[in-house]
Structure formats: structure tokens, C-alpha cells
Design a protein around this ligand. Structure first.
Ligand code: FUB
Length: 605
């Protein structure tokens, strides 16, 4: 057995000259998904109404698969993607020394398991490690402090079948699998090898050592009772092909091409999900400036399965998928929620999460499909500057489009010394693409952590008073324990609300919204929660009392919240009642336990 893609080097020079390059990426494009770094090997996961995208990271200027960490992005609309930074790197695996290659994340037992191929320092061979986290954005820790399985092959992928049996597939040049135990970090039996036949995986010619098209990167999933294995085929260059089977272990039947060779990278790597009624195909190419086989970028296309369940041929585009819904500018949006950016980078923020930084004169961020409604009147941003600052121009339709506001950011004495700036806005109505264009002198101007618009266009605005918690406990009461204004942790601004001393799970900060509700209307909730101790499952609930009867409407799915960072609870629910409404209370509560809860940046609109 030889070490995985090293063999490709021999092929590369002979094939690069025949590869199709994408047209130069137009400024209005949304593919590739990430412009701030090179990303590769997409692994999407749908969780609680959001798509999480796990990627590898090709180092700038690489001349090999030089990869040291993994990245996480997420989106609710498939157009604007939030950068969650790097919650896992080679350093997570003390026994690994190189090759942070193509991984896969799956959710089970309330936890997130991230399977990755890395080089085992002790053997020099590729091994599969597994890390575990309590949230989709981490942090992740090595679950075993040793490899889960090792055969010098790569590209793990996990399927949890309907009967609960989980399978870990991986391999190049072979296709291996093990049966994972329900703990997801151990397996029963030995390594199984799928018999690679022409009927199962297509016939390859000219490479006696590899008689079938299967190369690497299996993406195995089940849909409508059929098992799919979508894989990178016939290196080099690769195309994406697929096989189907009646069971997780085969027998597999080759079904043909999903994505032909194209895109300026001699590898490709597939990830497929269904989300919000659509199907999406993730892949990578070399479409960014400076891009190529070792400087790749993840992209996505929407597609529709044929009526018989087969996958149509999918081609790379620069436009990407249509946006699902719109983006709400009247709730806090992270600056690193981006449809397209030019010039900027991202980094860890001292206020938690990630901020946009390294901003220079003329750089911009595009945010797609921003629903201003009948209009915004002001823009607020959390910014910092270690120099003299700069300006944030708010433009519509393009980086030099209609100017609707300009916010000046002065020096704050440090790149992580955050301040909140506000400026007036006029002319921002309807649903438009928003461009944050940065102007100023030379060198780096400012850092941006988050932004939000205010105004009458938000359909009546936030029903919650003091949702930012910056006015202390004003507007909030507790149904048990003690409510206080916390300054030790805050999601945005400098304060959050702490409900300590709870004696029941249902007790939490609440606010009476009876007079502000409209019967039959849909409301969107967003609230950030953090635990003072433990990892309870938190949710937002509306308690409605009408005609003497109380009912409970779950406003957001429940999510595990930890002590080390903030978790965003969000959801949309239709509020209706019969008879006379005498009380409606917005609650943040937990499914069980009495851990103290921090709550911040709550909106119900
Ligand atoms: O990114 C390194 C390797 O290249 C991956 O493990 C393969 O799937 C190929 O994309």
C-alpha cells in the first residue's frame, strides 16, 4: 500500500494542461463560498434549521496538500455564510503531525463527531482520528487521544443507518468500512473492504493498479430508502461519480457522473445535503485568484434529483444557489456573515467568535438579499481600530452602488478594543444586496465584529424591550431565582442578563408581550444563551393564556448550551389563540436542570 495522494504528483503535470478553468470570478458571484482563505474538501451538515459547512484549509501558496487546520461556516439561506473560524487543527490530535485532510462531521447522542484523516507521527502513515464537540461549531477535543482506525488511507465519512448502526467509510485506493459502536468512537469487528468491481464503481482503463473509477472521498448517505456513494473518480484530474445500493454494505451499482472534470483543481470532493426543500451539492475547485490544485475553494450548487432518484449532471457555476428567504438586518448580524468579500480577512475576536479584520481602503463585504422592508433609519456597528480608523460606507446593489449611510470609526487604541458606532441611514428599503465598503487612508483601517440596522422597516420592530440587555434588567423578570445584569460575559455590548438560583427547568428570564402580539402572525425569535454551569438544553418558549387556558409554543428548537461560549437559539413560529388573550410571556428556559443562564441579544419580531 502506498501513501494516499502522493501518487498523484506523477499525474498532475500531464493533466493540468487539459483542465477546464472557470471563467474569472465576477464581482457579483457567490461561488466559491469563502473568499478570505482557500478551503477544500467540503462536508456539510444540517442541524437545527441551519447548514454547517466543515472544510479543510489549503495554506496560501501551497505546492502540496499543505493543510494544518479545519474550518467551520454556517448559513441559513445558502447565500450568506458565517465564518466560525477554526475550532480544530492538527494540534487537537497530539499524536498527529501533518495532513489535516478531508473530514466529515456527524451528529449523534447530542454531540458532534468530526472524523478526519491525519498523519500518525508514530507510524508515518495516514490514520483516522475522531474529535467530539458539544456544539456544531465546537470546540472539538480528541475523543480517544489515539487513532480510531489506521490503514494508511484517507477521507472518512459516516452514515448512521435507520436501525442505529453507524458505518465509517474511507479509503484511497481501497474503499474500507467499519461498523461503529453507538458511542461513535469505537467499532466492532475488523476493517471490511468493499469489493471494487466495474459493475459497482465503473471501469477505469490505463491504470492496472486501479481497475475501477473509485479514487477517494466517499460520501455515503441514504435517501428515500436508497444508499448513495458519491465519490471522487479516476485521478488525475478527478471527476465526481456515484453508485447506489440497497444496503449500507452494498452491493453497489455504478450510476455515472455527477460533476464532470472542471474548475482548475485536479482533485474534487463531494458533499450532499437536503435543506429547506432543496438538494445541494458541495464541491471544490481552483476558482479564486491564485487558485489551483493545492489552493482550492469550496462551492455549492442546488440541484433536483430525477424522479427515479438518480442524480443529474451538475456543473460548476459562479452564481451558486438562489438564496433561501432573506436576511434580517434588524437583528445583530455578524460582520463575518458574507455572501462575497473583497480584500478582507477574518480572525478570532476578543468578544467571542470571529471578526472581520485586515480591512484596507476599497475593500468590501457583500451581504445578499437584505430585507429592509419599509426602511432603515440607523446603522450600528461594533468596531475597533489600532490606527486612525476609517469609514464604513453602506451601499446597495454594488460596491459603488447607492450610498445610504456612512459610519465613521475612529481609532480605539487597539485592534481588539471594541466600540459601538451608530450613523443615520436613509434610502434603504425593500430587499437589496448590501455592500459594506471600507474607505480611509493607507494600511489597515478598522476591524468589524457585528452590525445591525434599526428603523421602521422591521414590521414593528423587536417586541422585546431591552433585548440587548444593555439597560440592565429593565423589562425582564424571572419566574424563579435571581435576575441580575452581568458584566463578566456579554454576547454583544458590555452586558448580558443572568438568571441564577433557578429551582425548576422552566424558570428563566421572561417578558410580558401580551399587548404587542398579533393573532395569526409569524414571529422570528433570536436569542443568545450561555450556561453558568453545566450544559443544559435551552429554548425560547411563548406561554399564551387565552380564555383561561394556558398553552406553550416552542419558538426555537432546543439546543445544548455550554459555559465556554454563546449559543444562538433561533426559529420562526406562528402565534395564534382562540378567545381573549390575557397573558403572553416570552421565556428563555431549559429542558431540564437548574443551571444559571446568561441571556443576551434577544429579539422577537
Ligand atoms: O485535501 C487533501 C485531499 O485531497 C483530500 O483528503 C482528498 O479528498 C483530496 O481532496
Amino acid at each position: 500500500m502506498r501513501s494516499a495522494p502522493l501518487h498523484r504528483l506523477a499525474w498532475i503535470m500531464s493533466v493540468l494542461c487539459v483542465m477546464t478553468l472557470l471563467p474569472a470570478t465576477p464581482a457579483g458571484a457567490d461561488n466559491p463560498i469563502v473568499q478570505t482563505i482557500y478551503t477544500a474538501d467540503p462536508a456539510p451538515l444540517v442541524h437545527n434549521g441551519r447548514v454547517y459547512l466543515y472544510t479543510g484549509h489549503d495554506e496560501d501558496g501551497s505546492t502540496y496538500f499543505t493543510m494544518r487546520d479545519w474550518r467551520v461556516y454556517s448559513s441559513a439561506d445558502m447565500a450568506n455564510w458565517t465564518d466560525h473560524g477554526s475550532p480544530m487543527s492538527l494540534a487537537t490530535f497530539a499524536w498527529a503531525d501533518a495532513n489535516a485532510w478531508a473530514g466529515h462531521v456527524t451528529h449523534r447522542n447530542g454531540r458532534f463527531y468530526w472524523y478526519v484523516p491525519v498523519r500518525n507521527r508514530a507510524t508515518g502513515g495516514m490514520a483516522i482520528g475522531v474529535a467530539v464537540g458539544d456544539s456544531p461549531t465546537g470546540p472539538f477535543r480528541d475523543a480517544l487521544n489515539r487513532p480510531l482506525v489506521e490503514n494508511n488511507e484517507i477521507d472518512p465519512n459516516v452514515l448512521v443507518d435507520d436501525d442505529g448502526q453507524a458505518y465509517l467509510y474511507w479509503g484511497n485506493p481501497r474503499l474500507a468500512y467499519v461498523r461503529l459502536n453507538s458511542d461513535m468512537v469505537s467499532y466492532s469487528g475488523g476493517i471490511n473492504y468493499v469489493q471494487l468491481t466495474a459493475a459497482g464503481f465503473g471501469a477505469r482503463s490505463g491504470n492496472p493498479g486501479r481497475p475501477t473509477l473509485y479514487e477517494e472521498g466517499p460520501w455515503v448517505y441514504k435517501r428515500n430508502g436508497l444508499y448513495y456513494n458519491v465519490f471522487a473518480a479516476e485521478c488525475c484530474s478527478e471527476f465526481i461519480a456515484y453508485s447506489t445500493a440497497p444496503s449500507a454494505t452494498g452491493p453497489w451499482t455504478y450510476r455515472g457522473t455527477v460533476m464532470p472534470r472542471q474548475g482548475g483543481s485536479f482533485t474534487n470532493h463531494a458533499g450532499i445535503i437536503d435543506y429547506a426543500g432543496g438538494s445541494y451539492f458541495f464541491y471544490h475547485n481552483g476558482a479564486l485568484p491564485g487558485g489551483g490544485g493545492y489552493t482550492r475553494s469550496v462551492a455549492v450548487e442546488k440541484f433536483t434529483y430525477n424522479a427515479d432518484g438518480t442524480i443529474p449532471t451538475i456543473n460548476m457555476t459562479t452564481a451558486g444557489p438562489p438564496q433561501v428567504g432573506t436576511l434580517d438586518p434588524f437583528v445583530r448580524q455578524e460582520a463575518e456573515t458574507i455572501a462575497w468579500s473583497s480584500g478582507v480577512e477574518t480572525e478570532a475576536s476578543s468578544e467571542g467568535g470571529v471578526n472581520v479584520g485586515f480591512i484596507e481602503n476599497g475593500d468590501h463585504i457583500k451581504v445578499k438579499g437584505v430585507a429592509f422592508g419599509s426602511g432603515a433609519t440607523a446603522f450600528t456597528a461594533r468596531a475597533a481600530s489600532g490606527t486612525a480608523g476609517g469609514r464604513i460606507e453602506l451601499r446597495l446593489g454594488g460596491p459603488t452602488g447607492t450610498l445610504v449611510g456612512t459610519c465613521t470609526v475612529n481609532g480605539t487604541g487597539g485592534w481588539q478594543n471594541w466600540t459601538t458606532v451608530t450613523c443615520p441611514v436613509s434610502g434603504a428599503t425593500g430587499t437589496r444586496d448590501l455592500y459594506l465598503r471600507f474607505t480611509g487612508g493607507s494600511g489597515y483601517l478598522l476591524n468589524l465584529d457585528w452590525w445591525r440596522f434599526t428603523g421602521g422597516g422591521d414590521g414593528g420592530g423587536n417586541l422585546l424591550a431591552n433585548g440587548t440587555m444593555e439597560d440592565g434588567t429593565t423589562g425582564w423578570t424571572s419566574s424563579g431565582g435571581t435576575l441580575s445584569s452581568a458584566t463578566d460575559v456579554a454576547h454583544g455590548g458590555s452586558r448580558s442578563l443572568l438568571n441564577s438560583g433557578r429551582t425548576s427547568a422552566w424558570q428563566g428570564p421572561h417578558q410580558n408581550v401580551t399587548a404587542r402580539l398579533t393573532n395569526g402572525r409569524s414571529y422570528t425569535t433570536e436569542v443568545w444563551v450561555r450556561s453558568q454551569s453545566g450544559t443544559p438544553s435551552a429554548k425560547a418558549t411563548l406561554a399564551l393564556t387565552a380564555n383561561g387556558t394556558t398553552s406553550y409554543l416552542q419558538l426555537t428548537p432546543a439546543q445544548t448550551v455550554g459555559t465556554g461560549g454563546w449559543t444562538r437559539l433561533t426559529g420562526t413560529a406562528t402565534v395564534s389563540w382562540t378567545g381573549t388573550l390575557t397573558n403572553a410571556s416570552f421565556y428563555v428556559e431549559t429542558a431540564a436542570g437548574t443551571d444559571g443562564l446568561y441571556v443576551d441579544d434577544a429579539s422577537f419580531r
